[in-house]
Design a protein around this ligand. Sequence first.
Ligand SMILES: Nc1nc2c(ncn2[C@@H]2O[C@H](COP(=O)(O)OP(=O)(O)OP(=O)(O)O)[C@@H](O)[C@H]2O)c(=O)[nH]1
Ligand SMILES: [Mg+2]
Length: 234
Amino acid sequence: MIIKSADLETVCGVTSKLPANLLPEFAFAGRSNVGKSSLINKLVNRKALARTSSQPGKTQTINFFLLNKEFYFVDLPGYGYAKVSKELQAKWGKMIERYLVNSKQLRVIFLLVDIRHEPSAGDKQMHEWVVAKGFTPVVIATKADKLSRNQVKQQLPMIRKALKMKSSEVLIPWSAETKQGYDEVWQVMEQILYPPATEVADKDAVEAVGAVGAVDAMDAGEAVEQQMQVQKTP
Ligand SMILES: Nc1nc2c(ncn2[C@@H]2O[C@H](COP(=O)(O)OP(=O)(O)OP(=O)(O)O)[C@@H](O)[C@H]2O)c(=O)[nH]1
Ligand SMILES: [Mg+2]
């Protein structure tokens, strides 16, 4: 995806009215410090569009970034940061809930988890909750550069199990340092922004799409790619 323009358009605090946007939205959720803002910056190739920090709790507002005047990235405040009072965390929980329930334009919720650790209780709750609201979360396992390739391979099934992910759910290992996962994450969004032509005349192609859906999407890149290729088949 070529990003020609990227603007922070709306910043919402706990009491703000959420914008009634008319363009598709992609939201990024996850615990504090997991790398949501870094991921946004890397995806749009800007150093500091979304503010990042090694101190957890950096993003304390819901930030809407308008990209190419075509769609939004929504940077959500992180949960689970111990230094934020329970009261404020609860307020944030409600605010995030209000956004997730009321947005008419939300297309995908990306749930970020740290690839090095067993998903937290908050991660599990968030995943469950997103599924209960009828969304299929796309899970991004961040900071893959901190592990060896072998360790990454081992962590993925652990994360799937802990979050009780369906085999059809996509799990993408990611690194904001090496850009691992960059194509796969964009592919998820591009499939939604630019759906392939509907008439899939070829019966084999239809069956293949079904089969990809059933694949254990361990290697998310491959699965997304296969699906794209199949869907592109005239
Ligand atoms: N090694 C490595 N570090 C990362 C990666 N992603 C983020 N970080 C670091 O992790 C820290 C937190 O990143 P942020 O992007 O600010 O995290 P956030 O999820 O937006 O955090 P909050 O705004 O507090 O919710 C920063 O020091 C980043 O440089 C990654 O893929 N690899
Ligand atoms: Mg942030």
